[in-house]
Write a protein that binds this ligand. Structure first.
Ligand SMILES: [Zn+2]
Length: 271
């Protein structure tokens, strides 16, 4: 670590002690977000090592459940760690307590793993699950966007060491291609079916291009090869499915999903 940064952190620690997100113990100078013990115990999923894994199977079951006549690619899916025990506080810190630094840190961990996985190597478009604009305004940020930008940055970082990835083919993170059209109720206490009803048709692709974009959202989506939808937590897959369903008419690209955490063993029969 840079000695100057180390000095600043040491000074900062005196006035604002940093604590482990999982066990609450005070962090040492070289520890970031987690103490060494909790960092060694992260319930990583290792989803990124396999094209078919329990999370991808669950998401594809949701797709299968809603499937029309159109054939579609198997969606790849990967979460960084399981949503259990004290580790539940990591996505919560990002979502409810404004801990953007933790979001960027764990988003980068997820992104580096995805960027190194051959089946995610052709991702060219990263889209965070959008918040309704009123909620984004009251929270000040979209937690999924914080993660998506960290994932995109990790692809750039990994590509620098890997001659196989062409700089021109790096994924871009776009927040203008999908919007939340309707404000939905907080999902936390809803049943599986109620969650699906709550988010169905909540998302749409805007018709007009946004100020800085060269193309309309429809044109950008039509050109994509492999789209990665990013969210903080995979619970039933209902929200990610609703995003998938909004994008699908505009693109024949593979649409995969990645989240920071995944709830284990939720029912896979429904959405
Ligand atoms: Zn700890």
């Amino acid at each position: 670590m840079n000695r100057y940064l180390e000095f600043l952190r040491a000074v900062g620690d005196v006035f604002f002690p940093r604590e482990c997100l999982v066990c609450g113990r005070r962090l040492g100078l070289r520890e970031r977000h987690l103490c060494l013990a909790c960092a060694a115990d992260v319930p990583f999923t290792f989803h990124w090592l396999q094209t078919h894994n329990p999370l991808a199977d669950r998401f594809n079951e949701v797709l299968e459940h809603h499937r029309g006549t159109e054939p579609m690619d198997y969606a790849y899916a990967s979460a960084l760690f399981l949503y259990k025990g004290g580790y539940r506080s990591i996505p919560k810190a990002l979502k409810y307590h404004g801990d953007l630094a933790a979001g960027r840190f764990f988003g980068a961990l997820l992104g580096r793993r995805l960027a190194a996985a051959p089946h995610f190597a052709d991702v060219d478009l990263i889209i965070p699950v959008p918040l309704h604009w009123t909620r984004r305004r009251s929270r000040g940020y979209n937690q999924a966007e914080v993660l998506a930008r960290a994932v995109a940055a990790a692809f750039r970082e990994v590509s620098r060491d890997s001659p196989a990835v062409m700089p021109g083919k790096l994924p871009v993170c776009r927040t203008d291609l999908l919007v939340r059209a309707r404000r939905t109720r907080t999902q936390t206490r809803l049943s599986v079916e109620a969650k699906a009803r709550n988010v169905a048709s909540a998302f749409r692709v805007p018709v007009h291009r946004s100020g800085f974009a060269w193309t309309t959202p429809a044109q950008a989506l039509a050109r994509a090869r492999h789209i990665l939808l990013v969210d903080d937590t995979f619970t039933t897959g209902a929200t990610l499915y609703a995003c998938y369903a909004a994008l699908r008419p505009y693109t024949s690209a593979r649409i995969s999903v990645a989240t920071l955490a995944a709830v284990e063993g939720t029912p896979s029969s429904g959405p």
